[in-house]
Write a protein that binds this ligand. Structure first.
Ligand code: DAK
Length: 260
């Protein structure tokens, strides 16, 4: 994996852990970080030995937002490029073939909350604080917050959070379904790794196709989504991993997903 100034990547067995590493500004996202993330994701997608990606932040923040100081001096054109870059990175995460877990260790505000929402699963430490405080800066969320928050938590919650700019704690984030688990900070990453390993131990093709089917369903009618589900189910049935999964169950043994 290439050398990055603002990212630290570590592969732990079947799980990749990507840390946003700009703690002096609470991991705020500037163009440089986003360009690095984009390059990382392109390279990472080629590594077929990793089955789950965990994204987290160094220090006391997950990501405290887009870089306010960098945005302050942006021209209209630069703002447009910045927005397009962010959208492209977040969409790469959303469409990565394997599951991505946001390990929300601390502040996940604005672009940081949006980054977490582009991931498939969000777990938070008790120290996490989340929200979309952009309107307090006179701007709207710009990296998909108005769309993803409404899809994840429903429009009323999204409107309440975005209109007020409220910063909520981890337990409130769990209550509204923004995160699905809250854990003490000292065991947080261990528990996230257990979740990642649990996913990594499942049939890899089935996990990948399930992610694709769920994502596809959100952008289509139920009927189209159900049709797509039938297609991916058929694909699974034609893959050796399904044969191996069924055989392992019948023979009362653990499946070996590497078996052809
Ligand atoms: N950007 C730049 N620097 C930041 C930052 C940010 N988002 N958040 C924190 N920092 C910097 C602080 O300025 C400080 O730097 P120095 O002053 O030491 O040089 C350092 O990180 C440590 O922060 P604090 O001293 O403030 O730490 P505290 O623990 O006291 O407070 C805090 C933590 C998270 C409550 C506070 O830092 C804070 O309120 N930060 C800003 C949070 C925020 O408002 N986030 C949303 C940013 S707006 C778009 C694309 C994207 C977006 C919008 C449009 N288009 C292009 C359309 C997204 C916008 C956002 O994300």
């Amino acid at each position: 994996m290439g050398d990055f100034k603002n990212l630290v990547y570590e592969k732990k067995g079947l799980v990749g852990v990507l840390k946003i590493n700009r703690p002096e500004v609470l991991n705020a996202l500037n163009s440089e970080v986003l360009v690095e993330m984009s390059a990382f994701l392109d390279e990472f997608e080629q590594d077929k030995t990793v089955r789950v990606l965990v994204i987290t932040g160094e220090g006391k923040a997950f990501v405290a937002g887009a870089d306010i100081k960098a945005m302050h001096s942006m021209t209209q054109l630069e703002g447009r490029e910045f927005s397009m870059l962010g959208h492209s990175v977040f969409s790469k995460i959303e469409n990565l073939s394997i599951p991505v877990i946001a390990a929300v260790n601390g502040f996940a505000l604005g672009g940081g909350c949006e980054l977490a929402m582009a991931c498939d699963i969000r777990w938070a430490s008790e120290k996490a604080k989340m929200g979309q405080p952009e309107v307090g800066l006179g701007i709207t969320p710009g990296f998909g917050g108005t769309q993803r928050l409404a899809r994840i938590c429903g429009p009323a919650i999204a409107k309440e959070l975005i209109f007020t700019g409220a910063v909520i704690d981890a337990n409130r984030a769990r209550e509204i379904g923004l995160v699905t688990n809250v854990l003490p900070l000292d065991t947080f990453m261990d528990e996230v790794m257990k979740l990642a390993e649990q996913i990594a131990s499942q049939g890899p093709v089935a996990v990948t196709l399930s992610k694709a089917a769920i994502n596809k369903g959100f952008d289509s009618t139920f009927a189209t989504g159900a049709m797509y589900e039938s297609e991916v189910f058929g694909l699974c049935m034609s893959h050796p991993q399904a044969k191996e999964g069924f055989s392992a169950f019948i023979e009362k043994r653990k499946a070996d997903w590497n078996k052809e």
